[in-house]
Design a binder for this molecule. Structure first.
Ligand SMILES: Nc1ncnc2c1ncn2[C@@H]1O[C@H](COP(=O)(O)OP(=O)(O)O)[C@@H](O)[C@H]1O
Ligand SMILES: [Mg+2]
Length: 263
């Protein structure tokens, strides 16, 4: 049965890239990329290996600086010098390797390395707000359908789906504008994938925009409003992410079509 996709995309532009380029020596990782993301929109970022997806994610996370082009968040041109700057702009990234600390619990993973708390939050210097944050963390973790029964268990002992859920929930707690997900279900089984997909689906209604990198075309068209296709550093297509367009999107990814496509 076909389920109607509900879009929460608004007219508000939360992110705009114009002419963003990135070079690594002789390699053009990204060439003059334009991109617009609206509040509540889910944008799939698609492309074969080496297309430039991770480079774009790193630029939006403050890990790389673009060699050319501009980035605007909510209409204000910004430069991310470091990851903290992207976070301060309300952008959270869930990397493929998740970057969780295996020896810490889910709740501890939420707050480690966070400003202004820093490493002090566990000690007596913890600000009063921490108790409330911990309560919210526990509530969010228990409502997620991945069965985290014991939030005090080190995440190293949890399943891939549970770890991914924690990483997404952590991003959700801190993201005011955008969550970027790099292959969020690549390493998961069918049931865990479904749970994580449900979590992703819940984000746009909360006013969060999502940039989703996936190789799973069905997932892209199920979750995303739009899809942008990169090939060898160039944006070669931008289409409505619908099942009817799957074949066309695949053609753009592998380079079987000629002219660039537009919505
Ligand atoms: N740190 C780096 N140094 C040199 N080349 C890089 C670096 N990161 C990415 N590249 C190159 O940039 C291109 C795009 O890579 P990447 O963004 O990782 O693509 P994708 O994530 O789509 O697979 C590739 O040719 C890759 O080899
Ligand atoms: Mg990559």
């Amino acid at each position: 049965m076909a389920i109607e996709k509900i879009s929460h995309a608004t007219d508000e532009v939360v992110l705009e890239l114009e002419g963003v380029s990135k070079f690594f020596g002789p390699v053009t990782a990204l060439s003059r990329i334009d991109l617009t993301l609206h509040r509540g929109e889910v944008l799939a970022l698609l492309g074969d290996n080496g297309a430039g997806k991770s480079t774009l994610v790193r630029i939006l996370s403050g890990l790389h600086k673009p060699d050319a082009g501009t980035i605007s968040v909510s209409g204000v041109q910004t430069q991310f010098q470091r990851p903290q700057d992207a976070r301060a702009a309300g952008i959270e990234t869930v990397y493929q390797d998740l970057a969780l600390f295996d020896n810490l619990t889910a709740a501890e993973n939420f707050f480690v390395g966070r400003e202004p708390y820093g490493p002090k939050w566990m000690g007596v210097l913890a600000p009063v707000g921490f108790k409330e944050m911990r309560r919210r963390t526990a509530a969010r973790l228990s409502e997620m359908a991945v069965g985290i029964k014991d939030p005090s268990m080190p995440v190293g002992l949890m399943s891939g789906g549970q770890r991914q859920a924690i990483a997404v929930a952590r991003a959700e707690q801190f993201a005011r504008n955008i969550i970027i997900l790099d292959e969020p279900t690549a390493a998961l089984g069918v049931r865990e994938t479904r749970s994580v997909v449900e979590i992703i689906k819940s984000l746009p209604a909360k006013g969060i925009s999502v940039i989703l990198i996936t190789h799973n075309m069905q997932q892209a068209t199920e979750l995303a409003d739009r899809a942008i296709v990169l090939r060898q550093g160039h944006k070669v297509g931008e289409v409505i992410a619908s099942p009817e367009n799957e074949q066309e999107i695949v053609s753009m990814i592998v380079g079987a079509t000629g002219a660039p496509h537009r919505v």
